[in-house]
Design a protein around this ligand. Structure first.
Ligand code: ADP
Length: 281
């Protein structure tokens, strides 16, 4: 301790005085954000962006001032699902989010690229930097709840987002296939290591409700959501059906017309999550 520089960011010592909030960054001075919910998954393609979209659509429909920060820089699918093509405007250090038809504020790499099919071929550090700029340099204004579409996995970029943004709670998205437990465990551990409570487990493509016979078919295997939630003490579970109309709405840029009842349990839990002002002090 004799040579302590009081700079925990460059020190690996586990001295007990390490501040868990030392890396938290404040948002833009004109951003007043009450809650931030991070939506994570173990890998791409499991429906994380769809879950973010449904949560945001539900929040906005309930009259909350809602925002989406699309941190899935290399696979940004949110703007397309909402049918917003325009580029974000602003000057250096003052980016204005785009606004969807129903009024959700949104920023995504695709709102900064000239062509939405331009690939982003950056290295991790640059991607993490861009994501944090979406937090620090975007003028979000007054926001009751923000949803972050996290990069999949538990690598550098999601870790740096968890470390730098004062997140109220996390939602983990999975499908019912095998290996799901390992993936859930990794995501839960990452969130908890960062002192972020896990609010909900969303089991996507959980079943198919047959329009003819009305029966629920568990196409990708028996649901594990309730058992996993109990095992890892996750308070809310939502089972989202495999529904071709959801794919169609997202493809047509009309996800705001989707029925969001399937995500109601997790949404309710998100509304109980802690306010970020406590973590910014
Ligand atoms: P991720 O963000 O995890 O990469 P997406 O949310 O982009 O995944 O989903 C991948 C594709 O699967 C999209 O075309 C999306 O519309 C579709 N999809 C996701 N969940 C469902 C569902 N429950 N029913 C129908 N299509 C779905």
């Amino acid at each position: 301790m004799a040579d302590c520089t009081h700079d925990c960011s460059t020190c690996s010592s586990n001295c007990g005085t390490r501040s868990k909030t030392s890396f938290i960054k404040s948002p833009h001075r004109e951003s007043h954000i009450r809650r931030v919910v991070a939506v994570t998954s173990g890998k791409g393609g499991v429906g994380k962006s769809l879950v973010v979209s449904l949560l945001a659509v539900r929040a906005q429909a309930m009259g909350l001032r809602t925002a989406i920060l699309d941190a899935d820089i290399t696979g940004p699918s949110i703007p397309r699902a909402f049918g917003v093509r325009e580029l974000a405007t602003g000057t250096d250090g003052n980016i204005r989010p785009v606004v969807t038809r129903t009024g959700i504020k949104l920023i995504s790499m695709n709102n900064l690229l000239e062509h939405e099919d331009d690939p982003v071929v950056w290295r991790g550090a640059l991607i993490a930097g861009a994501t944090l700029q979406f937090w620090t340099d975007v003028v979000w204004g007054d926001v009751d709840i923000m949803f972050i579409d996290m990069p999949p996995g538990t690598g550098d970029v999601p870790l740096s987002v968890f470390q730098s943004i004062p997140i109220s709670g996390a939602v983990v998205v999975t499908t019912p296939q095998s290996l799901v437990e390992m993936i859930v465990k990794k995501n839960v551990n990452m969130a908890r290591m960062m002192d972020v409570p896990v609010l909900g487990l969303a089991e996507n493509m959980s079943y198919f409700a047959c329009p003819d016979c009305g029966k629920r078919h568990e196409i990708f295997g028996e649901s594990k959501a309730a058992a996993l939630a109990e095992k890892y003490a996750i308070p809310a579970v939502s089972r989202i059906p495999l529904d071709p109309s959801l794919t169609a709405l997202a493809d047509m840029g009309r996800v705001e017309e989707a029925d969001t009842d399937c995500i109601a349990e997790i949404f309710a839990e998100a509304m109980q999550s802690r306010l970020i002002e406590d973590r910014l002090k």
